[in-house]
Design a protein around this ligand. Structure first.
Ligand SMILES: [Zn+2]
Length: 203
């Protein structure tokens, strides 16, 4: 079967409209290309897939041939991975970074308006909170306990999430910039410095 030495960096998949959709494993990206469901926009010359019969270029950016409608709920589900990335791995009450937590403390998902009181599991109602602050807040709102949020929780741009949790190469960053513009890229590169899993790109 095919093999590649370096698989840490995936392939950026763009919609037919050039909107960045997701980062795919290289193998999956190559399958889309072989099935003629995607075209290759950028290859990594330093890497190739080798199979018994042929050598294939290693795609780092592909574009889907047909436009795919991706429902918002699939793109922007609240997961702890994305939530912690959005909040830069900091407790939104005491401000401590995940790496500053002590002993048995850990980062949790806090519902600003508790679920038991009708709070929803939506981007605007969840924040990253250390276990200490989450316990202290309990079944109450921040106002009731005299706690204050450091930022208003909002729904993140999909690319912000990809940037925060995945490794993006300079070539891939160029395509993200083409769709979202320089300002978004600059804003993302600032936040990226605070993540533990920093991307390989600098802008
Ligand atoms: Zn805290």
């Amino acid at each position: 079967m095919m093999s590649t030495g370096e698989t840490r960096v995936g392939c950026l998949a763009l919609n037919a409209s050039y909107e960045p959709l997701t980062i795919l494993p290289l193998r999956r990206a190559l399958r889309l290309v072989l099935d003629r469901k995607a075209e290759i926009l950028e290859v990594d010359d330093a890497r190739v897939f080798r199979s018994e019969r042929r050598r294939l270029p290693c795609p780092v950016v592909i574009r889907l041939v047909r436009f795919v409608h991706v429902p918002r709920r699939f793109r922007r589900q609240v997961t702890n991975t994305f939530l912690f990335a959005r909040d830069h791995y900091c407790c939104q009450y005491c401000g401590r970074h995940r790496s500053d937590l002590r002993g048995r403390e850990f980062l949790t998902r806090d519902h600003v308006l508790p679920m038991s009181r009708g709070g929803q599991n939506t981007w605007t109602n969840v924040v990253a909170a250390c276990s200490h602050c989450n316990n202290r807040k309990g079944n109450r709102t921040p106002g009731e306990v005299g706690m204050r949020l450091r930022s208003d929780p909002g729904e993140p741009n999909y690319v912000e999430l990809v940037w925060a949790v995945r490794r993006v190469t300079p070539i891939q960053a160029r395509w993200i910039r083409m769709f979202y513009g320089e300002e978004v890229l600059r804003a993302l590169s600032v936040g990226a410095d605070e993540t533990l899993d920093s991307p390989t790109v600098s802008v």
